[in-house]
Design a protein around this ligand. Sequence first.
Ligand code: GAL
Length: 367
Amino acid sequence: MKNIVRSIALIICCMIVMTSCTPAKQGGQTQEKNEDKIRIGMSFDSFIIERWQRDRDVFVSTAKEYGAEVNVQNASGDVEEQKKQIEYLIAKEMDVIVIICADSEKLKDSVEKAKDAGIRVIAYDRLLMDTDAILYYATFDNKMVGTIIANEIIDQADLNEVRKAGDYRTIEFFMGSPDDNNAYMFYTGLMEVLRPYMDDGTLVCKSGKFTFNETAIIRWSEEMAAEKCPRLLETHYKDEDLDICASVFDGFAYGCKTALEDAGYTERNWPIITGQDADLKACKNILEGVQTSSVYKDTRVLAEKCVTMVNAVCNGSTPEINDIEQYNNRVITVPSYLCTPVIINADNIQEIIIDSGYYTEEELMGE
Ligand code: GAL
């Protein structure tokens, strides 16, 4: 009897080993394929946004270190183009396709085609909605992004003291794109913290527009933020200064900065302006004192996490996951790895950005 049990255990063990050696792409491929380089197709929303250029560079070099090769596609912000590019990557028989979607809701059919072809799909930074065709999600803790921006506003504006004194500060909101699931998470995290200050009148939004739909800026457009801010100043802040621009993107912060300069704001009444992504220009603006903060997302960490995810998927093992609750895409809750975002401002930029080698001193000081 013991022998039979031992034999069955051995057979099961062999099956597990064989499954874990199954090459990434299923169907008609031999064990030899496993010795080949892992082939990753990576489909980007657009490189107009500075952040995605950094993500591309660091992802490609990290993948190389792991012996994988990456076929990078750039959809230039066009959803139809991104669909075509995903189909191209399917035709090229990638082992894994990593997607930074231009629209969280419109790629369902394309990723399902990948799944049908036996190709694993990983969502990178932005979640893909309404499909079970995604295996994993590698991102930053998006709700935490909103929370830390809100806490930064409270600290920088000394809102608890303002509240005690029975005073108030004015605030306007520049929220993310409604076709990006992250934008809702940023808003939720931010409002959870700021709402009580709005409810008791410590924060006053003179435009009266603070719901997500009223404040979302489509396609993360810097130009639209640059048009919106002067309109707000013109209509609601003729007699009183705007104290806080609550923005969730460095691009929006630039638009606000230009509008405020044009409206005659100076060092004396310069508002708090927040951002996200720690773009080079944003870091320079922080050093100059014309942007208060940004959210530093170390793309090196995200790339590393995602590449190890790809590796695990291709080797039949389970990647490291630290969230199995937050990211329900209306069909499944996608197992995720969330990296930690960090606020940067004039006080910690040296330590967090320069000392860590994210940007060099020369880059930050240069034109
Ligand atoms: C979000 C991303 C942010 C920012 C924004 C605009 O999805 O999480 O870091 O880059 O898109 O590209």
